[in-house]
Design a protein around this ligand. Structure first.
Ligand SMILES: [Zn+2]
Length: 284
């Protein structure tokens, strides 16, 4: 088990080899970052496609981050934050275990930041030998208060992995969704079966998240968008599960199903590698 998790981590780290990207290799060089204001004291630190988005709540009692890219991006994240605040990073929430969302934990913990993640995400990080294990494990719901604002962390169910949390900023009506919602053509549904992902559960998990009160979504990858786009993505996750199930029932081959996923859902090699066997087993 340990070996396979290490392989998954290595595969995740190698994603840039398989997906069209300006970066020669995923996480091999720092991404070029851009800080964009979503609403008053809430920002996103973007980059082009890889690694994942960072959401930053800036208060006069400190900073809360959702995700923190790779460790190689740490200096640039801090430089971007320094353009808008001199407050320290107090809290980090990892939406899941992948190192393009949790890679700077160890550096931020060195500054006394508390890191939150789902218990399952923490367990996967242990299996994969990732540094910077979360200090606080989320079971279902946690509310963090900072600078007069509430930040809500929810764990709804399996989707991209079995430890995906979403983070709601109720005053802003903004949801940081992590990779249960990756937005844009380059970021189709990536089901990490070794990480506990599930195509069958994914639409229900999104349904639960969509019950929350928000208008704007920071996806795990891609530009800030609307709740309606997240609903559209949810319907695509259901369409994927349904089509695969139908093709299995019709006795279609693995190659035919793979071809359909590439054509209809923009799957790249990485998606096939992490998702196809698990998907066939789950839908059978
Ligand atoms: Zn991910």
């Amino acid at each position: 088990m340990k070996t396979s998790m290490t392989m998954v981590a290595a595969t995740i780290a190698a994603v840039g080899l398989f997906i069209p990207s300006a970066h020669a290799q995923f996480g091999a060089a720092p991404a070029e970052l851009e800080l964009v204001r979503v609403q008053d004291d809430l920002y996103v630190i973007y980059n082009d496609f890889v690694p994942g988005n960072v959401t930053a709540l800036i208060t006069d009692e400190g900073v809360l981050l959702v995700d923190n890219k790779f460790e190689i991006d740490y200096d640039n994240i801090m430089a971007q934050l320094a353009t808008v605040t001199d407050q320290p990073v107090r809290y980090v929430v990892n939406t899941h275990y992948h190192s393009d969302h949790s890679g700077s934990n160890v550096r931020m913990q060195a500054l006394n930041a508390e890191v939150f993640a789902a218990e399952n995400a923490r367990a996967k990080m242990i299996e994969a030998g990732q540094p910077g294990l979360p200090n606080v494990a989320v079971e279902e719901h946690v509310r963090i208060y900072l600078g007069g604002k509430a930040v809500e962390v929810f764990l709804f169910g399996r989707a991209h992995t079995d430890g995906d949390v979403v983070v709601l900023f109720p005053e802003h009506r903004v949801l940081a969704a992590g990779d249960i919602f990756a937005f844009g053509e380059d970021t189709p549904e990536l089901i990490d079966y070794a990480g506990g992902g599930s195509a069958r559960a994914w639409p229900k998990t999104l349904d639960a998240a969509l019950q929350l009160d928000f208008d704007t979504v920071v996806p795990g990858h891609g530009v800030v968008t609307t709740k309606q786009e997240m609903r559209n993505f949810r319907d695509e996750t259901e369409r994927l599960a349904t089509l695969v199930r139908e093709m299995i029932m019709q006795g279609r081959s693995r190659d035919e199903i793979e071809a359909m996923l590439r054509a209809e859902f923009n799957w790249a090699d990485l998606h096939v590698q992490l998702g196809l066997d698990g998907l066939l087993a789950e839908m059978r």
